[in-house]
Ligand binder design. Structure first.
Ligand code: FMN
Length: 214
């Protein structure tokens, strides 16, 4: 009888140990299983990609990413640094309607994403040279694209149409162009106003793309 009790006790101990190991394994593996699946909001993924030389487009990008719980990535273009030589180079290349420049990184894996927000400042009435370069160097096959820009006063619609054509040539579906006009130098909206405008803009325009990430 005592022998049977001892056997029962050691079996209970083994069962308890097994359960603890099982729970530990589940806890450890749980998060691994969800990597690459839907993000925490349950939406299919959106990605915000941007180039910003002086921070305005970056602020817009962060606001967009936060609204849609999207991933966010940027690329650099160091030849267009914030100093005088960078400014000269940016003006010259934009004026010459260049479509290729040195960007880092050159490519970003777009495969997990259904919707790509692509952002840059406007340089000489068109999206900045590095953004054209990014589209030239990446595969947009089947990707929905929303272009976003910040600028001071003006862009040309014909240049947005050319940018759309490039996105389409690279396999993308161009859904929308959204932008914030900051105003002419010495009379520009501040960062808070810029963000408020972005929020208003998204609320009024998102019906054009929200279905894609629902
Ligand atoms: C080389 C260069 C060209 C620009 N050309 C224009 C332009 O054609 N139209 C305009 O409204 N603003 C123009 N701007 C102003 C920028 O678009 C504006 O300051 C933008 O918000 C900067 O964004 P960022 O801070 O993300 O770099 C130009 C700025 C630079 C540096």
């Amino acid at each position: 009888m005592q022998e049977k009790q001892r056997l029962d006790l050691s079996l209970a101990h083994v069962n308890g140990l097994f359960l603890r190991v099982l729970v530990t394994v589940c806890v450890l593996l749980g998060p691994i299983n969800t990597i690459g699946a839907e993000n925490s909001s349950g939406m299919d993924k959106a990605l915000v990609i941007y180039f910003s030389r002086t921070g305005n487009t970056e602020a817009m990008a962060r606001e967009i990413a936060s609204r849609y719980q999207a991933d966010i990535k940027n690329f650099r273009a160091d030849e267009y640094s914030e100093d005088f030589s960078g400014s000269i180079k940016a003006n010259m290349d934009a004026w010459n309607e260049k479509r290729v420049s040195v960007i880092d990184p050159e490519t970003i894996d777009l495969r997990p994403y259904k919707l790509i927000f692509l952002g840059s400042p406007i340089w000489w009435y068109r999206p900045a040279v590095p953004l054209w370069s990014f589209v030239e160097k990446n595969d947009f096959q089947g990707k929905n694209v929303v272009l976003f820009n910040t600028f001071n006063s003006q862009f040309k619609a014909e240049n947005i149409a050319k940018f759309q054509a490039l996105v389409e040539q690279k396999g993308g579906v161009f859904l929308d162009h959204i932008y914030v006009r900051r105003g002419r130098v010495y009379n520009q909206i501040d960062r808070e106003e810029l963000l408020a405008q972005v929020r208003g803009l998204l609320a009024s325009r998102e019906s054009k793309w929200i279905e894609v990430i629902r």
